[in-house]
Design a binder for this molecule. Structure first.
Ligand code: PLP
Length: 389
């Protein structure tokens, strides 16, 4: 694969639009071919001719999306996985029984559920944080705490964690910091720059951006080559590798990542401001609002916007929230986020009964529709709810 030196650009618009400028050596094709081969030919002496054996270890189709994500995040290497959960759990699979991990109580619910069942069964000691800052310092057990897991902005209340401050506390106690960067994407936040050791993505959301594949990725900070090698071996041995077709499709989606993330961030701020001005809304949760308790921290570690995700609590409780979600016409009532179309979800209803998510909370993913259509849609739904209440 020839490389046009686009790597020297540090602008994410150029990096994503050109997908690093790779060109197929054999044909000069500007979109690299998909290579589904399971295995790779050996020479007469049984040696691997291309340094490849089997696609569970490695496949040439992975290389360009992995290089692009790694470049955007500023790591030593990136690995693709069959899902975000496969990427996340691989970070925990590095740990030993008895190791202590710290994570926020309000975190992606799939991870919380995994920790509470499999993580605990594996022997992990777990501390859930009520909030960041002081609580993190108190939770640390120097020598025993091996991993601090953070998500910022975090699902589904969009709390912000100061990555640099958290990394200083974690590193003091000898722990690594992993950041789930699914919501921010590297267009808004580059956690490694702020001291994170590992970055994780569900590429099923913004990275692909078209709601048509499940994938995950890990990126490791430059100083942790040994961690990268370990994760690479774990991916091979647990087998949570991405399909070559999905790798190819992911790269195609990522070419518009910058454009999409900037557009949804702009619209989300306008929608958040609209909701904040409504009498029918109890609270709007969006880090781009100056009223967000950690807006300053968000502004410090995010650039190009505050993302396309926001939540709001509806006056009238769970019943009113569910009613509102049933009245929208352009927003779709569905799970997941980061696709071209806007979705709305009564989040507590999708999580386990013991979820800490407020029951009057609706989570919204802003898409690429005209923002006035989205605001009008929410307006008519709010009116319908007020009439029926
Ligand atoms: C969706 C999601 C995951 C899980 O990713 P999958 O690709 O669905 O396995 C992890 N973290 C966050 C923040 C997510 O939104």
């Amino acid at each position: 694969m020839k490389n046009n030196d686009i790597n020297s650009s540090t602008h994410h618009e150029t990096l994503t639009a050109t997908a690093l400028g790779w060109v197929d050596e054999a044909t000069d094709a500007m979109a690299l071919p998909l290579r589904p081969s399971t295995s790779f030919l050996r020479d007469p002496n049984q040696l691997d001719r291309a340094g490849r054996i089997f696609t569970r270890d490695d496949n040439p189709t992975f290389l360009q999306p992995e290089a692009l994500i790694n470049k955007l995040e500023g790591g030593i290497g990136c690995l693709l996985y069959a899902s975000g959960m496969a990427a996340i759990t691989s970070i925990f699979q590095r740990l030993q029984p008895g190791d202590h991990v710290v994570l926020p109580k309000l975190v992606y619910s799939g991870l919380r559920d995994w920790i509470n069942t499999h993580g605990v069964r594996w022997g992990l000691q777990v501390t859930y944080l009520e909030d960041d800052g002081e609580a993190l310092q108190q939770a640390m057990r120097p020598g025993q705490t091996k991993l601090v897991w953070l998500e910022t902005p975090s699902n589904p209340t969009w709390q912000i964690t100061d990555i640099a401050a958290a990394a200083a506390v974690a590193h003091d106690a000898g722990a690594l910091v992993a950041i789930d960067n699914t919501v921010s994407t590297p267009i808004l936040t580059r956690p490694i720059e702020h001291g994170a050791d590992i970055v994780v993505h569900s590429c099923s959301k913004y990275m692909n951006g078209h709601g048509d594949l499940i994938a995950g990725a890990t990126v490791v900070a430059p100083q942790h080559e040994a961690v990268f090698n370990e994760l690479q071996q774990l991916r091979n041995e647990y087998g949570g590798v991405l399909g070559s077709f999905e790798s190819w499709l992911l790269l195609r989606g990522m070419r518009t990542l910058s454009l999409r993330v900037k557009a949804v961030s702009e619209s989300a701020l306008l929608v958040a401001q609209f909701l904040q001005a409504s009498d029918a809304i109890e609270e709007v949760m969006y880090p781009g609002l100056v009223s967000h308790p950690l807006h300053d921290v968000a502004a410090k570690q995010m650039s190009n916007g505050f993302g396309g995700m926001l939540s709001f609590r509806v006056k009238g409780g769970e019943r009113a929230a569910k009613l509102l979600a049933s009245k929208v016409r352009i927003f779709r009532q569905a799970i997941s986020f980061g696709s071209t179309e806007s979705v709305i979800e009564h989040r507590a209803g999708m999580e386990k009964p013991d979820t800490p998510t407020p029951r009057d909370l609706l989570r919204v993913s802003i898409g690429l529709e005209h923002v006035q259509d989205l605001i009008d849609d929410l307006q008519q739904a709010l009116q319908a709810v007020t009439v029926e209440r």
